[in-house]
Design a binder for this molecule. Structure first.
Ligand SMILES: NC(=O)c1ccc[n+]([C@@H]2O[C@H](COP(=O)([O-])OP(=O)(O)OC[C@H]3O[C@@H](n4cnc5c(N)ncnc54)[C@H](O)[C@@H]3O)[C@@H](O)[C@H]2O)c1
Length: 458
């Protein structure tokens, strides 16, 4: 009943996007650092719920585009696209974006940070977060609230961010300004819905900060706002949430090799096991991608090492997931050989480049890793993804172009505008003795077999 009520209220909000300025929120000025996959839809969520918002980003092109109402993001809320929402909020003056973080902080009394911590060669890079927090600290006013929403190494808010804010502002957290951490738990593609309906966890430096943060977060979150005993508990639970998926998927990859040896289908077995109320197995795929899950281990590992805590299982899971692209390329080599072909003289069609199904995000994307490995072994790669905007040498404009004269097709990500099951069409375009590697369980092996495909499912 409660969920239904909240959904109905969201529906009303989205229907009245430009009119719904409630008196309670009208004084709330919110600026959000980082206008990426999280920051932009989050800022718009505050905007269409009546806050005056400013999106801050260092990417000048991104800021120029968002101010023109352009975005490559594919989020929707009750059928309304993020582009439509962005344009409505620009027109109503509830949203604008800027590269001038200093001015934005001076104009707002609530500052939210969604700037990430990238990982390079297993090491985390704090520079972006540090730079955002320095700007915030230098322009902070008495009574402002800062909420960190990025996924961080446990301890970061109090041990890294708070000292920067206090030094730069010459004020004291909890006394002169409020400081809290609220983990971001959305999945791309469901951002608007999950900001509203996923319980939000929050921890803060003191009770006043906790109350102020919970009040701000409740503008967007209609589910429970759970107040934790401390910031570290929320930071840590977020990283654990991500890393448990990494381990779960690594386990599924092992299960997949086991079921393959048994001659049964992993996707069916996972489905069967998940009918148990307390089981939630994930399915194997071409690897683990995106900004969140592959990075999670690297957020935990250095801290664990500092504290002399053994994280062997997590380390092994990460390693297992990292080598899946290589495993798939080796599998392809083997299947092509069975068809009397050598990979280095083959054309390979790749369908799907995003890091997960129905997404346009190709950051840390196993399909991209697979393409690069294929190029490295001398194969000619033609990859098609209708929504990934990034340019690659191996990317082509249509499924047909990818499949034409290909010796093998690799199905790596599901997308709405890719047709995976017209085997006759595929076989007609492709060379003789085609190979099909299916990491998404979208191909009917028996049907594909009728058109001469040598088929292998992850
Ligand atoms: N993408 C997701 O689905 C998701 C889900 C949950 C949590 N998170 C976490 O949320 C955070 C943001 O993720 P994202 O996917 O939105 O990343 P993103 O890369 O899409 O966006 C981050 C943005 O921050 C900008 N930026 C960098 N330095 C800046 C600075 N000093 N000031 C202002 N802007 C700056 C970048 O230009 C970029 O546009 C990360 O910590 C991530 O782990 C992401």
């Amino acid at each position: 009943m409660e969920i239904l009520k909240n959904n109905l209220s969201n529906l009303n909000i989205i229907k009245n996007l430009n009119e719904n300025i409630d008196e309670d929120n009208i004084n709330k000025r919110v600026c959000i650092f980082g206008q990426g996959f999280v920051g932009l839809p989050l800022t718009l969520s505050f905007a269409f719920r009546g806050c005056k918002t400013i999106g801050v980003d260092v990417d000048e092109m991104l800021v120029a585009n968002t101010n023109k109402g352009l975005t490559h993001h594919t989020e929707k809320f009750y059928g309304v696209t993020i582009t439509e929402i962005l344009n409505m909020q620009l027109q109503s003056g509830q949203y604008k974006s800027t590269v001038d973080g200093a001015a934005a902080v001076r104009e707002c009394n609530n500052i939210i940070v969604t700037v990430g911590i990238p990982i390079k060669d297993g090491k985390y890079i704090m520079d972006y977060l540090e730079s955002a927090c320095t700007t915030i600290g230098q322009n902070l006013k008495k009574g402002d609230l800062v909420v960190i929403r990025s996924t961080v190494i446990p301890g970061t808010t109090e041990e890294f961010i708070m000292p920067i804010l206090e030094k730069e502002s010459k004020m004291k957290a909890g006394k002169d300004f409020y400081l809290a951490y609220a983990s971001e738990r959305i999945a791309e593609g469901k951002a608007f819905e999950e900001f509203a309906n996923m319980p939000t966890l929050v921890g803060a430096v003191n009770q006043n900060s906790l109350n102020r943060a919970a009040e701000l977060l409740s503008v967007v979150c209609k589910a429970d706002i759970i107040k934790a005993s401390c910031i570290k508990a929320v930071e840590t639970s977020k990283v654990f949430e991500n890393v448990q998926r990494d381990v779960n998927i690594a386990m599924s990859q092992e299960f997949a090799r086991f079921t393959e040896a048994l001659g049964i289908d992993i996707f069916e077995v996972v489905k069967l096991a998940n009918t148990h109320k307390r089981v939630n197995l994930l399915t194997p795929g071409p690897g683990v991608g995106g900004y969140c899950i592959p990075n999670a281990y690297h957020y935990i590992a250095p801290k664990a090492e500092d504290m002399d805590v053994n994280m062997e299982i997590l380390k092994l899971a990460r390693k297992k997931n990292e080598i899946i692209p290589e495993f798939i390329v080796n599998k392809l080599k083997q299947l092509l050989r069975e068809q009397g072909k050598e990979i280095k003289s083959c054309k390979i069609a790749v369908l799907g480049l995003a890091m997960k199904d129905y997404s346009n995000d190709d950051r840390i994307s196993p399909p991209i890793d697979i393409c690069k490995l294929l190029v490295k072994v001398g194969a000619e790669v033609r990859a098609f993804d209708p929504v990934v905007p990034t340019k690659y040498n191996f990317k082509v404009k249509s499924e047909k172009e990818a499949l034409q004269d290909a010796d093998a097709v690799l199905i790596l990500t599901k997308q709405y505008n890719i047709n995976f099951d017209d085997y006759e069409y595929m076989a007609k375009l492709m060379n003789e003795k085609p190979v099909c590697i299916d990491t998404k369980a979208v191909v009917n092996a028996v049907e594909a077999g009728k058109y001469g495909f040598l088929y292998w499912r992850i």
